[in-house]
Design a protein around this ligand. Structure first.
Ligand code: ZN
Length: 181
């Protein structure tokens, strides 16, 4: 499929699937803002050369947070994209703490491209903590979220220095903002 068609199709698909969902921050940004940010980070990281990875960036939360199935991603897109999304999807049948622990444990064994996708995802999430902190989250809870992000990212290093630097910047900015109260 032509790459521009692939990417615009992925954008429409993700926007429709996540209709009505918002980010957890106090500003209640549409969820698609997060997907656009992740895809753009990846596009810059690969300098536009890996359309499947960028599309997976747009689609990366469809299996976890919408009714989308793996087979649907294969038929609407392709096996490579479905597999990338599958790699960054938590098993929702597990309790939240266990899912968080498994993200840390599984990070080092992900494929290089899935590691890049996860790095972009974590970067966007930590930027969100500063730009629009979730209402009702204490400073301690936000710090704990940053620490967990750092623990996951420790297992993703060695694949893309620029993406790592984006994450480190976001994590440091979050910690600074939290230290300032
Ligand atoms: Zn995400």
């Amino acid at each position: 499929m032509d790459e521009v068609l692939l990417l615009t199709r992925a954008f429409v698909f993700a926007a429709e699937k996540h209709t009505g969902q918002t980010r957890k921050g106090e500003n209640k940004e549409p969820y698609v803002n997060h997907l656009a940010e992740v895809a753009h980070l990846l596009a810059v990281a690969v300098q536009g050369r890996d359309a499947n990875l960028i599309a997976a960036g747009l689609l990366h939360d469809t299996l976890e947070d919408t009714d989308t199935t793996y087979a649907e991603l294969v038929s609407a897109f392709n096996e490579d994209i479905a597999s990338l999304v599958g790699e960054v999807t938590d098993d929702k049948s597990l309790p939240k703490q266990e899912r968080k622990r498994l993200q840390v444990e599984h990070a080092p064994s992900r494929t290089d491209r899935a590691k890049m996708l996860k790095l972009a995802d974590k970067t966007s999430n930590l930027r969100g903590i500063v730009a629009s902190p979730p209402a009702g989250w204490s400073i301690e809870r936000r710090l704990e979220y940053v620490r967990w992000g750092r623990d996951v990212v420790a297992g993703l290093r060695g694949v893309h220095p620029w993406l790592e630097a984006q994450f480190d910047e976001a994590a440091e900015a979050a910690e600074r903002a939290l230290a300032d109260g």
